[in-house]
Design a protein around this ligand. Structure first.
Ligand SMILES: [Zn+2]
Length: 143
């Protein structure tokens, strides 16, 4: 008769090969999808906001630049460049979330690249581009 400990280890799949076979419950997948979609909407709103700020800065630059000295012009250019790089980084994050949504549909999203375990829904909601679970991420950072 097999000891209880043996039965448990025998039924366990090797961690490295778990990625392909492992599945999430449909409810969990829906939760991730909702979190990703909410994040995307948030980012899009932020992006629109940044774009209108750029437009405003641009308009300021054109309309009341008459009394500006070089320092003012420099500040405005700097602000505008800051806004543009912010807009670009938001755009980049939107793309990441969109890609995540696509991969979610294909079943390839939300698994730790290192250990193959599912990344917790909460973590994915906070960091849609996360490719490692918290444990592996911490190991990675310690190196
Ligand atoms: Zn991991």
């Amino acid at each position: 008769m097999a000891k209880p400990a043996d039965t448990r280890t025998a039924g366990r799949k090797p961690v490295a090969k778990a990625t392909a076979q492992a599945t999430r419950s449909a409810a969990e997948t829906e939760k991730i999808r909702a979190a990703l979609a909410a994040r995307r909407d948030e980012l899009r709103a932020e992006y629109d906001q940044t774009l209108s700020e750029i437009t405003e800065l641009q308009r300021d630059r054109l309309t009341d630049s008459a009394g500006d000295d070089q320092a003012d012009t420099g500040t405005k250019t700097f602000e505008r460049e800051q806004e543009i790089s912010l807009a670009n980084s938001i755009r980049e994050r939107i793309t990441q979330v969109e890609r995540a949504l696509e991969r979610l549909d294909e079943g390839g999203y939300g698994w730790c690249e290192r250990c193959g375990n599912p990344i917790p829904v909460e973590r994915l909601a906070a960091f849609p581009s996360a490719t490692l679970c918290v444990t592996c991420k911490q190991l990675e950072e310690r190196r």
